[in-house]
Ligand binder design. Structure first.
Ligand code: SF4
Ligand code: SF4
Length: 399
């Protein structure tokens, strides 16, 4: 293995320090949802870090130079599986006393394994080719991106200060969600623009999260330049993974600061409510429970806005999960692992369904297309069911 990419090359100083700083206190083990449903200790944050630290120690510096020690391929493969089985939910980083930013660290370690030819896993490997071909990771026709869900009577401006990005998962897999986004934007009555269906390509998140970074610069430049040409000042999106990618990684791949702000749709709606741009007319007398998506709460700290939207609906009673806000428990859909580790994802989604029912909620409110798709699917062949609704879908009912 000597002579191949080192285990440190390509990681930031912060990431290397984080790997060195883990005290193996194992506090994180108590919160990991994958650990909870599999009981597999090798997936645990502490074990992944211990393993990777061992790779570094065995190959870097004087010891590596003198001994030229190879890493056993079996160990590397086991580590690769563990780092790809993680949902990158990041709750381990939230409770880590050392403050390791695990939601960031795991994708970077995945990238290292991809560089070594060990990752990605399963169908993830087809993503770059499929995205290059179709602009989305689901191998769907680009011209159909908006076709099945876009409301008929909504006008899109050619140029506007506000743009809406639907995202691949919403457009192809969680259509009630993106349809409701557009209906809410219509109700707000401010002009907004969108790219043509074939030009609204993937935001890059599935490639970033699976460690396949080669196409990212091209995708990001194409999107940012297209919105800049439309005079966009604010880009609104409802998918937490897209928002996370846009806020944290687009500036890097674009090579400079973005010429517009990124807003999650709940941030845009809360501001519109405060400015009196639209009214909520109907009462909804229900108890609902809101699930914080990992990449919205821990990712970009959007926690109060979804709750502000829900509290603005008269009659609605808002319940909370035991673990909510920055401590929310992953629904199982994260980290591009839901298709590859299907059983884990289903078991995690069912924990969310169970708790929502036990808390006495009439409906489970989601705010992420991946959660929407996964939780819905997890109710197939399951004895417990709860109606699910996207937050904008619920808002449309009230306006
Ligand atoms: S990011 Fe989530 S799934 Fe991955 S190790 Fe941490 S707690 Fe477990
Ligand atoms: S909580 Fe942090 S320091 Fe403790 S074992 Fe987990 S990753 Fe390491």
């Amino acid at each position: 293995m000597k002579g191949m990419y080192s285990f440190i090359e390509g990681l930031s100083r912060k990431e290397v320090m984080e790997i060195k700083a883990c005290t193996q206190c194992r506090e994180c083990l108590r919160y990991c949802p994958v650990q909870e449903v599999t009981g597999n200790v090798s997936i645990s944050p502490a074990e992944k870090i211990r393993c990777y630290r061992e790779f570094i120690n065995s190959t870097a510096g004087l010891k590596g130079w003198i001994l030229g020690k190879d890493i056993d391929r079996r160990l590397l493969e086991e580590f690769t599986r563990a780092v790809f089985e993680c949902t990158t939910c990041g709750v381990c980083g939230e409770v880590c006393p050392v403050g390791i930013d695990t939601q960031r660290l795991w994708p970077m370690l995945r990238r290292k394994m991809v560089k070594r030819g060990l990752g990605p896993i399963g169908s993830q490997a087809q993503m770059p080719g499929v995205i290059e071909e179709t602009g989305n990771p689901y191998n769907q026709p680009p011209e159909e991106r908006y076709r099945r869900w876009f409301p008929e009577d909504v006008e899109i401006s050619d140029k506007a200060e506000v743009a809406y990005y639907a995202g691949c998962t919403g457009a192809y897999q969680a259509q009630p969600m993106v349809r409701s986004d557009v209906l809410v934007l219509k109700a707000i009555s401010k002009p907004f623009t969108m790219l043509d269906a074939k030009d609204e390509v993937c935001c890059g998140f599935p490639l970033f999260i699976t460690g396949q970074h080669e196409l990212l610069e091209g995708l990001v430049k194409r999107l940012v330049d297209a919105y800049r040409e439309k005079g966009v000042k604010e880009l609104v999106c409802s998918c937490p993974c897209c928002v996370n990618m846009m806020v944290k990684d687009w500036p890097y791949y674009y090579g400079k600061e973005l010429p517009f702000r990124i807003l999650h749709i709940t941030q845009y709606v809360v501001r519109a409510l405060k400015e009196g741009c639209f009214r909520i007319n109907r009462e909804i007398k229900e108890r609902v429970i809101y699930h914080d998506p990992c990449y919205l709460s821990r990712g970009v700290n959007v926690i109060s806005e979804p709750r502000d939207v829900l509290r603005a609906i008269p009659g609605l009673e808002l319940l909370e999960f035991e673990h909510c806000g920055r401590m929310s428990r992953c629904c199982g859909a994260g980290g591009a692992a839901r298709k590859v580790f299907h059983d884990n994802a289903t078991a995690m989604a069912r924990l969310t369904i169970d708790e929502a029912i036990e808390k006495g909620a009439d409906r489970l409110v989601l705010s992420c297309p991946a959660c929407y798709e996964k939780v819905n699917e997890a109710m197939n062949d399951y004895h417990r069911k709860i109606p699910i609704v996207d937050i904008m879908e619920l808002l449309v009912e009230a306006i």
